[in-house]
Structures are given as C-alpha cells and as structure tokens.
Design a protein around this ligand. Structure first.
Ligand SMILES: NC(=O)c1ccc[n+]([C@@H]2O[C@H](COP(=O)([O-])OP(=O)(O)OC[C@H]3O[C@@H](n4cnc5c(N)ncnc54)[C@H](OP(=O)(O)O)[C@@H]3O)[C@@H](O)[C@H]2O)c1
Length: 272
C-alpha cells in the first residue's frame, strides 16, 4: 500500500480523504493547519493515519512533515496538495495582501511540498503528486478572481511539472472538483478593500447565497475516491474533473470562444 502525505486535513475534503485512504490500507500522514484540528480518538484504519502539524506556508514545518514521513517509512508514494483558501470579492476590492495570501497557500505552498517530496520520488523512480485545483481554475468565475487565478496558476505549474518529472517515473495529476459540501464557504476571506461600490455589495451578497445553496449537495467522499483511484493507478490522467457540475461547466468553457465566455459571465452578473 502507498505512503501518502496529504495537506489540509483539518476539515472538508482533506479530512474525508485522509480517513478514506487509511481505510483502504494506505499509510497516511495527514497535515493539519492548526493543532486543534486533529480529531480525537483512534481512526478507523486498515493502514495507518497520523495527524501532523502542517501549515504549507511555513517552509520549516513543510520540511519537517516530509522528513517525518521518510523517517518512518523510508519512502513517499503520493503527495496530495489539498490545503486551500478561498475568497469572494470583486477584483477591484482585492488587495495585494489578499492576493498574496491566497497564492501563498494554494499555489506557492503546493509547489513547495512538491519540491520537498521530489528527491525521494526521483530516487524511487515512482510517485504521484495530486494537486487539488477547482473547476474555477479551468473556468474562472467573477467574484472568485483571486481564488480562480491561484488555481489556474496551480494548474499551469502542475502540467509543466508533470512533463518535467515524467521521465523520473513521477506522475502529476490535477483534480478539479465542482461544488462539494464542506464548510469552506464560511471561511472565505472577506475583501481587503472597500471601494464603496454598491453593485459589488449586491452582486457579492447574491453570489454568496447562490454558493451556499450550490454547496448543499454533494458528498466530498466522491473527491476522496477519485484521489484514491489516482494513487492506485500506474498511469493516472493529467486531470480529472469531479462531479457533474464540473464536467458540464468545463465542457461549456471548452465550447466557447473567450469573447463568448466573458459575454456569458457578464450577462449573468447583470442579472443579479
Ligand atoms: N468544497 C468544494 O466545493 C471545492 C471545490 C473545488 C475545489 N476545492 C478545493 O478542495 C480543497 C479542500 O477544500 P474544502 O472544500 O475541503 O475546504 P476546507 O474544509 O476549508 O478545507 C481546506 C483545508 O485547508 C486548510 N488550510 C488553509 N490554509 C492552510 C495552510 N496555509 N496550510 C495548511 N492547511 C491550510 C484549512 O484549514 P483552516 O480551516 O484552518 O483554514 C482546511 O482544513 C481546497 O484546495 C479547495 O480549493 C473545494
């Protein structure tokens, strides 16, 4: 079974995935952002599940997490970069600090962890790096600009890295979920700038309501199962969309010219 390091396991998709992978018999080191996020008691595990402190924006903690996996198992078969932050804001109201904070976790943190596991994976001549993106990284949505940009950048990094490390036996996979029921919408960073534009307030409020309704449905176990399949596969795909909304909206994005896409988004905004 695989030795796996996964980030952002204090809640949501990460929490469910760490548990699922351990149930399947993998040995999982599950990074938690804050110490109080590790669930109490013993996990249901055929393999092993160990919660470790891991803020992906902290280089020393990231190094320690990887060193600990290697010290315990002597190898690392999969890295799942799941930790992520989101933000709902018009871009005019997105500050430099907002943008940096989102990129630090979603993009810089993910590449940091990838760099740390690659020496072991190259030496083993095998390994899988799974980067959790979002439909928004492929089909960006207004008022999610900073988040979408961080995930698009993560996707660009992922595809370049995939090409660079394939010859060393390492696979890189982008997993792009649609909307899944987690508490992430409650943690979205508020806009750092207030331009006093009433329309921004109104559209944001409407979009927030819509997002809560949208997130009511799907179980993150679906994403966990896709991640498990990628880890089990010798040749996983370069990208997987997860959920019917992601598949439908990605197909729609592919079918539209850029002008048509922007027109469609702007028309939707005008309707709020
Ligand atoms: N749920 C969806 O519908 C959906 C859709 C598309 C993509 N995704 C992606 O799926 C991943 C998981 O999201 P989720 O929905 O499960 O949300 P979530 O419950 O908020 O999970 C994200 C986890 O990442 C942690 N985190 C944030 N910053 C971190 C950092 N610097 N270092 C380490 N961990 C950090 C969070 O900890 P704190 O609670 O302390 O912030 C949280 O435990 C994210 O990458 C997200 O972008 C989710």
């Amino acid at each position: 079974m695989a030795v796996v390091l996964i980030t952002g396991c204090g809640s949501g998709i990460g929490r469910v995935t760490a548990q699922r992978l351990a149930e399947l018999g993998h040995n999982v080191h599950a990074g938690v952002h804050r110490g109080d996020q590790a669930p109490p008691g013993r996990a249901r595990a055929v393999g092993s599940l160990t919660y470790v402190p891991l803020d992906v924006t902290d280089p020393a903690q990231a190094q320690r997490a990887v060193t600990d996996v290697l010290a315990e198992f002597g190898r690392i078969d999969a890295l799942v970069n799941n930790a992520g932050r989101s933000m709902f804001a018009a871009l005019e109201e997105t500050s430099d600090d907002d943008l940096r904070a989102i990129f630090e976790t979603n993009t810089v943190g993910s590449l940091r962890l990838a760099r740390l596991v690659l020496p072991a994976m190259r030496a083993q001549q095998t390994g899988t790096i799974i980067n959790i993106s979002s439909l928004a990284g492929f089909a960006p949505r207004p008022y999610l600009g900073a988040y979408a940009a961080s995930k698009s950048a993560l996707e660009a990094l992922s595809f370049c890295l995939a090409a660079e490390v394939r010859e060393f036996g390492v696979r890189v996979v982008v997993v792009s979920p649609g909307s899944f029921k987690t508490g992430s919408h409650r943690k979205r960073r508020p806009p750092g700038v207030d331009c006093g534009v009433e329309r921004y307030r109104a559209v944001l409020a409407a979009k927030k309501r819509e997002s809560v309704e949208f997130k009511a449905g799907r179980d993150p176990i679906e994403v966990a199962n896709v991640i498990a399949d990628c880890i089990a596969s010798a040749a996983p795909p370069a990208r997987v969309f997860v959920g019917p909304d992601a598949e439908r909206l990605a197909a729609e994005r592919r079918s539209l010219a850029d002008d048509e896409y922007v027109h469609r988004l702007a028309t939707a905004i005008a309707g709020y």
